[in-house]
Design a binder for this molecule. Structure first.
Ligand SMILES: C[S@@+](CC[C@H](N)C(=O)[O-])C[C@H]1O[C@@H](n2cnc3c(N)ncnc32)[C@H](O)[C@@H]1O
Length: 253
């Protein structure tokens, strides 16, 4: 464990699966569910369901937001194990430049040890490239960053801090830009099951699905195409039961 990572805003925290995450004093939240476990949560709520849906030889991924980089690194782990010849392109915005620089001191799970060179390159240069792999960590605002892409992403990991803490990354207008950046057959994964957030996705034309399994709290998948392998959330029924709840909008923030 490296305490060199700790600073005024971030503290290393052990999570249930034995992997470390961090606590943000600025957002007053952990970067991952400490109960589900950082690596376990990343795999179960994002990487596995996304690759269950997307089976292409070249996959473009938007990782919102880089944070400690678990979703990016767990993607490499999953692809190395299941389909090492796939070409993976990951684009990940992150507002906190100091955090990115401090990640060379972060205590990652042993499964990520083989990605040490990548962790250092992303922390120091913000980019890593080799055959079949391109990763870009953009230091700046995700809202601005996503506007430059159109019909590009097959997968979006929607893993911002919670809607109450970081509302700007959960509004109807934000998801309109996300949809614009995604391919029609793309999939979005998120831990949030909040009705206001599902509504913000639904009003942009996404279908909502349950991501359920052993050992983790239920999560959400969203896609503009129908997903046969997941149970769809009956949004029309939920809307009729909650007629006074609205999707989150930019103007409320
Ligand atoms: C829950 S953490 C992401 C965890 C990450 N997926 C991981 O696996 O470690 C949310 C991240 O969003 C970043 N963030 C907050 N607002 C942002 C914005 N407007 N643009 C880009 N990044 C933002 C925070 O600095 C934080 O690192």
């Amino acid at each position: 464990m490296s305490r060199e990572f700790d600073d005024d805003l971030h503290t290393l925290t052990l999570s249930e699966d034995g992997s470390y995450t961090a606590y943000s004093k600025e957002y007053e939240e952990h970067y991952h569910s400490t109960r589900d476990g950082a690596l376990f949560e990343s795999m179960k709520k994002h990487i596995i369901p996304a690759f269950n849906v997307i089976a292409k030889d070249e996959v473009n991924i938007l990782d919102i937001c880089y944070g400690l980089g678990f979703n990016t690194l767990a993607t490499l782990l999953y692809v190395d194990e299941h389909s090492p010849n796939k070409k993976i392109n990951i684009y990940s915005p992150e507002l906190d430049g100091n955090l990115i620089k401090s990640l060379v001191h972060f205590t990652y799970p042993k499964e990520f040890e083989k990605y040490r060179e990548i962790i250092i390159a992303l922390s120091e240069e913000g980019v890593y490239e080799r055959e079949n792999l391109y990763i870009e960590v953009f230091t700046g605002d995700a809202r601005e960053y996503i506007k430059k892409f159109k019909n590009k992403f097959d997968i979006v990991y929607q893993d911002a801090f919670s809607p109450s803490t970081n509302s700007i990354l959960w509004t109807k207008e934000y998801f309109a830009d996300i949809k614009n950046a995604m391919r029609d057959e793309g999939v979005l994964t998120t831990y949030s099951i909040a009705f206001k957030i599902r509504l913000a996705l639904y009003e942009n034309g996404f279908h909502l699905y349950l991501n359920e399994g052993d050992g983790y709290r239920v999560a959400t998948l969203a896609s503009c195409n129908k997903l046969e392998q997941y149970k769809e959330v009956d949004m029309e029924h939920k809307i009729s039961c909650n007629p006074y709840i609205n999707s989150l909008k930019d103007k409320e923030i």
